[in-house]
Design a binder for this molecule. Sequence first.
Ligand code: HEC
Length: 160
Amino acid sequence: MKRIFNPLIFSILFGLSLISCQNNAKKKKVESVSSEQLAKEISENLPGQTAEIVHPGKAVYTKYCLTCHQADGSGVPGMHPPLGPGSWAGKDPKELIAIMMKGLSGKIEVNGEIYKGFMPSHAQLTDQEIADVLSYMRSSFGNSFDPVDAELVKKVRSGK
Ligand code: HEC
């Protein structure tokens, strides 16, 4: 009796625990937390630690834009235009997204300087990465423009 009974109990318990795991997994929806909230949490829970908030677009910028536009967005004179105040960073987000999709070449003027360079397309980045990197650019290098939404990137990408 004992021998039959134990595996039976075991399998019932095992089944129950699987079900409860699944329920837990469903409950654990990841909530998005703003960077301000995160900074507050860190400074409250780890007194003495300074919470350096890193913009999600910074990593994208560092990987895909920094070599040409430089870490501080100052660009390279005569080659790669700057991205700070007076640049195209404050343009209509749709235009900026279009530049990410198609790249940019031909004669342009930024801050009174003429550039005749070539910027490659960055259409390989995800909607979120493009939104993040443009938002980062628009809030860094002395800029303070509104962030760009991934939904808008999706729209422009699909030509709507
Ligand atoms: C290979 C070098 C290169 C890379 C990489 C590059 N750019 Fe550019 N970018 C340029 C050049 C060159 C121009 C000007 C093109 C022209 O002269 O027509 C430009 C123009 C721009 C402009 C419009 C002009 C201005 O300065 O305001 C923006 C905005 C911009 N780039 C943002 C970015 C962002 C964001 C990334 C990363 C996702 C990026 N670029 C990656 C070379 C680059």
